[in-house]
Design a protein around this ligand. Sequence first.
Ligand SMILES: Cc1cc2nc3c(=O)[nH]c(=O)nc-3n(C[C@H](O)[C@H](O)[C@H](O)COP(=O)(O)O)c2cc1C
Length: 384
Amino acid sequence: MSSASQGSQLFSPLDLRMVRLRNRVVVSPMQQYMAEEDGRPQAFHVQHYGRLGIGGAGLVFTEALIVAPEGRVTRHDLGIWSDDMVETLKPIVEAISAHGATPGTQLLHAGRKGSVSRPWEGYSPLITAGTADAPWQTVAASALPANPGWHVPEALDEDGIARAIEAHAMGARRAARAGFRVLDIHAAHGYLIHSFLSPLANKRTDRWGGDFEGRIAFLIAVSTAVRAEWPADLPLFVRLSCIDDQPDGWTLEQSVELARRLAAVGVDVIDCSSGGLGERTTTKQVRRPEGYQVPFAERIRKDADIPTMAVGLITTPAFAESVIAEGRADLVAIGREALMNPHWPLMAARTLGHDTDFRGWPPSWGWWLDKRARAAASSTQSST
Ligand SMILES: Cc1cc2nc3c(=O)[nH]c(=O)nc-3n(C[C@H](O)[C@H](O)[C@H](O)COP(=O)(O)O)c2cc1C
């Protein structure tokens, strides 16, 4: 490590339980919708996550893994709903770990946002019964569709709620067996857990709905059950939509209080996202400013006194560094930028003066990058 490196907070390690992340850069979970129809990975996944593993991040999350077949978004989601899927995930864990990144994964039940085609096929409800693209019955807190014209979900009854909690717990057990070291519960973006949290989607009058206590009960039960299965020495994250950003929706104040409750049941990091419920939007359709969700991470970190991860349009090394250095979050997650440039963290380390001699790179690449940089420096000197 060079002396210049000591200034970078972004590239300082972070200890969470018994896991040491080598730096604060995280690859955010991103579904690829490229799995076999039985939810198993293809060769693509090992290559894709291997590229991200080489790229220098401290923590690389896989895309969301689906905890029950009816909880898929599309027919090509990656799954963790049966014991025999554990073996299929191990090569992904190994590919991420091979160059020093910590392998993480995320558990998802899509709820009422399931049974749709892939984004590049229209991201619309499957409709053709009796074909390979037949829809399946979706479930949610209440029988309200996610968008006009989308499938009407079945409101989960007590048995269904117990099964959904158990599916998350079994997902956690399998994720640990596959070798993942960090786990994130997806409670955001309008999916099943978020449909319980938000008053816009949860119209229940039983103990799983109504006031704040009732609406958070499902996530607290899922988190408690997951924590019981997820090894005590490994950290647990929860991704929240910190605001619905809709009239009468879920608020940041509620997220702060929920974060306190989650900390009390053994959640270590709040992963701070937003939206996904109440109107049909995607991150592509709405123009947002740089780091638009960082204020949520900052507020929850300060007021709930729990580590947070910031995500959303964090694209430049200088901004990522400032988020950590100014104490606004403990981790920054990079999403789309990492898809386009899997070496974003290594590039950022160099830009910030952390890796002045390319030592973080695989030696064969670092050697010639270093040589190229020295040649460029000497030609600049000789031309001046
Ligand atoms: C292709 C794609 C797939 C995504 N899949 C997931 C996912 O599986 N789980 C999740 O929590 N967020 C998912 N997201 C959201 C990202 O993790 C991230 O929060 C979002 O893209 C904003 O970060 P960015 O501006 O750095 O891309 C996905 C985003 C994209 C673009």
